[in-house]
Design a protein around this ligand. Structure first.
Ligand SMILES: [Fe+2]
Length: 230
């Protein structure tokens, strides 16, 4: 996409790039002060995203320190259960209601901590230990602005994020989007999935099944083809 970075996003990026140590609170304040609206990110909406992607993802800016992404959510669009790679922390600013479920790994068991509604106008803070799954179960399309930050000078701020593919009992470390069906090109490595209980599995499978129902066999990766047509 070859469009100019929106002025308010430029200001946010300049601020984040110029400081050595920025706290979550500083980021929160700067997002609120800038009063970013949907019209500021209008050129980055991607509701017509590829069917290989489980939600729309448009990167506005990325460097070794800062990543700014606009996500577009049709009804039924969801991320995988994922963490955020090298991001020290991040913020999700919702321009519409979204579902946001948090998980944690305790004694090698993946547990669901909460299922919340991130309401229009709210900002959710993500930290390095956050594992979550976001999506839109509602009738209204939604948009969100995601800002991730790392003070470690990395190749990709959210690089090598873990995507928990419970159906395959595998965690994929991948770059790019936290899609339900991670493309092969984005996979860096894989490891065995922690254990999980039925409740976690059932809600995960429900979301995955909705995604599969929208797609034809030819559009699925080898990993999901194996699952869907086993
Ligand atoms: Fe996330």
């Amino acid at each position: 996409m070859n469009v100019q970075i929106p002025v308010k996003i430029q200001k946010l990026v300049q601020y984040l790039e110029s400081e050595n140590e920025i706290s979550e609170k500083d980021l929160l304040n700067s997002i609120k002060c800038l009063d970013i609206t949907i019209s500021d990110v209008g050129d980055y909406l991607s509701f017509n995203h590829s069917i290989n992607e489980s939600y729309g993802r448009s990167v506005i800016y990325e460097s070794s320190k800062v990543e700014v992404v606009v996500m577009s959510w049709n009804r039924g669009d969801y991320t995988s259960i994922h963490d955020h790679g090298y991001a020290q922390w991040g913020a999700v600013y919702a321009f519409g209601n979204l579902q946001n479920s948090y998980f944690k790994i305790e004694n090698n068991i993946l547990k669901k901590l909460s299922e919340t509604i991130l309401e229009k106008g709210e900002i959710a803070i993500i930290d390095n230990s956050s594992i979550h799954q976001m999506g839109n179960p509602y009738n209204k399309p939604a948009i969100s602005l995601h800002v991730y930050y790392s003070n470690k000078n990395v190749k990709s701020v959210t690089g090598e994020a873990r995507n928990f593919n419970l159906h395959a009992d595998t965690v994929y470390k991948a770059n790019g989007g936290a899609f339900l069906d991670i493309p092969d090109k984005d996979v860096v490595s894989k490891e065995k999935c922690p254990k999980f209980n039925n409740k976690v599995y059932e809600s995960y499978i429900k979301i995955l099944q909705q995604y599969l129902n929208k797609h034809s066999y030819n559009n699925l990766s080898g990993r999901l083809k194996t699952y869907a047509y086993a």
